[in-house]
Structures are given as C-alpha cells and as structure tokens.
Write a protein that binds this ligand. Sequence first.
Ligand SMILES: [Zn+2]
Length: 420
Amino acid sequence: MNIRIRGAKLLIYREGTFTVEEKDLYIKDGTIVSVGSENIDPADLWEDVHAENRLVMPGLINMHTHAYMTCLRNYADDIPFAEWLFDRIDPAEAQITPEKAYASNLVAFAEMFLSGTTTYVDMHMFRGMSPKAAEAAGIRAYIGRGLVGGDLYKDGLSRFEEALSEKEEYESDTIKFTLAPHAIYTCSPKFYEQVSEEAEKRGLLKQTHLSESRTELSDCLKQYGKSPVEIMAETGFLEGGAILAHCVQMQGRDIALIKGSGSTVVTNPASNAKLGNGFAPVTGFVKAGVNLCLGTDGPASNNTQNMFREMSLLSLIHKGITEDPTALSAQEVLAAVTVNAAKALKMEGKLGIIKEGALADLIFIDLLSPSLFPQNNIVSSLCYSASGSEVSDVIINGKFVMKDRKLLTIDLTEAFHVIS
Ligand SMILES: [Zn+2]
C-alpha cells in the first residue's frame, strides 16, 4: 500500500539549511514520490497516516557501532583503557556465541528505533548474525566483518573470505556490505593496501578505526615513523572516500590528508570521553571542510546507541572545549547525522533527506512532548532538547517498524532472555 502522511511538519534540507515546512508526503514502493502533491497519479490509492503535531524527519544515521556487543553493555566501566580492552572486553568477547550476537543485535536495533536511528554502520565478528538480525528487524545496514592480519591473502584470508561470502549470501536492498580492516595496531600497512585494492575492484565501501588513542599514535610513530593517517594515505586506503571512526589524535598534515582524499571522519564523543581517549579536533575538521559524521561506537564503550544523546554531546563538548558557543551549531550536527552520512555512504539525495526520489526512511517526533515545548526553534530542539523518547514512529524503506513507540518487527522477550 502507498502511504500519504498528512498534517505533519516536515524537516526539509535545502541549500545547506534545514527548515520546517507543512506539506503532505507521498511514499510509494519505499520511495518518497512527492513532497506536497505535485506529480501524483490520480489513479493511485493512498493509505492516510495522520501526523498532526508530529515532525517528520529523515531517520538518523549511526555511522559507527558494533551492535553485537550489546550483551557487554555496562560490563566494564570506570577502569583504564588497556585494562578495559585487554583484561575485560577481549576475554568476554571471546565468550560471545553467535546466538548471543544475534540477540544483541536485536536489542541494539530496538534501542535504535526507539531513539530514531534507521541506518547504522556496523563492524562485527559473527558471520551472518548482523545481516540476519538486520533483515528481521527491517533496519538499513552497512555491515563489515572486522578484518585483521599482516597479509590479506595469508593470515587475513579466512576473515576476508567470510566477509565476501556474507555479502554474497545476505546483500539486499536494505543490507549492504563494507570492507572493515580493524585498525593500524591489528593490520599491517600492506594489509591496508590489499584491502584498498579489493575495495576498488569490488566497488565496496571501506571503514576502519583510526587514531583513537595516544598510544595508537605513539606506537605507530615508533613502528613506522608515520602517523596512522599518513599510512592510510600512503596505502591508498583514503582514496575514493573511506569511513574513518574516531580520528582523535591528529597531528601535522593529518587533517589536510583526510580532507584532500574526500574521506569521512566519524566522531564518537561519548566513547572517546568514556575511555579517556580525549576529544577529536572536530572544529578543525569542520573548518577544513572534512565530511563529518557521528557514531555511538559499540554499547560496551558508550554505553548507549542513542544518537540524540550523541548529537547533544557533540555540540556541547566542542562548544565547551573551544570556548566558542558558535561551534558545532544544531544545523551542523543535524547535517552530520543525515546528509553528511548519506554522502559518506555514497547515497547523496537518496538517504538522510526528505525529497522526491529519496528512500522513505523517516522518523516522527511528537512535538507535544514537554521536552520540546514550546517550538521556538525545532532544529535547535532536536540537538539540545530531545532525548530520543520523543520519537513516536519509524518508517524504513517505506514500511513502519515502530508505531506509537510499539516495535513491530522485534520481539524483545526472547532476545533479553538470551543475553541476560
Ligand atoms: Zn569501534
């Protein structure tokens, strides 16, 4: 059935600015076919969805997480980074079963829907579990099997083959795959070069963790005499636009190299703060014109998947550390979680925007929520006032996955049982 959303306020992006306009929205076969009522075939039938007192906006795009780690939420907190990773998370991660990974994904998606996320970029460890869960829930996914090694065709081969066969088996309209080398401390420069060649040959997106901590930077300088970003540039990994999570420790030409390559920085303010890794030079990225996106990182290092909280943190942290209230405006933050993310995913005009021809990935915000009232500035309220609890409905690929905060595709009872 085709959907006509009536009476809503729409968040429209035009010429670099978000505005709010009252128009009907027409959705057919998963795509927005009209904003207003132009070009509507009079023979088409429409199911009316009444959305008075709702803001209808593009679903949020979480550009970096590890959804399978939900079972480790709040498992290891308030301890040093090395202890967190090597003594607590790594051994616990080794105990995760495929069944737990699947259930963890479902719980993460439920949290994402309830806080307005419709697309996520995932790096995982369990072949088939992320795409199967994503398919069941109806979320839009960009998935990458975490790759590690010195040589992609030797010690890295089994994981690489897993990544390719997973794509072969599960790719669909809503589920896409990426190549995801883990980080410079688990993959050699040669490995990054090989992954870059494979990504180009196969037309795949690339994602990695980059310069997350001081230790990563100093170890890399010691071992290779270059920063992690310089290695990414030299190995060709930045070419064609890679998705670079964290980018906290930048030095020298790093920002210019990222900007020159057209790659995307995904900042993860909560994760970087929680793990004591510091703050990425986000205003430096913005000033240089780098495409900036936002991610939560996994539930073990954040500990939520709530992008509204992340949006607020992004803006407030950088206003605070730069002592500049004009830094990271609400408009810039909204762009990071919508149109900038679409650009990084090579889906400009299709994702993260309400316009004719775009995919119908939409969330409804209840404008009668006390936290959003009165509506002096709706764009501001999304960045500074919303907590995610104001999201009432979620549509992905033209289908409702949540109505009146009721999840339609996820049964949490079983998933909770598996990971409790
Ligand atoms: Zn990560």
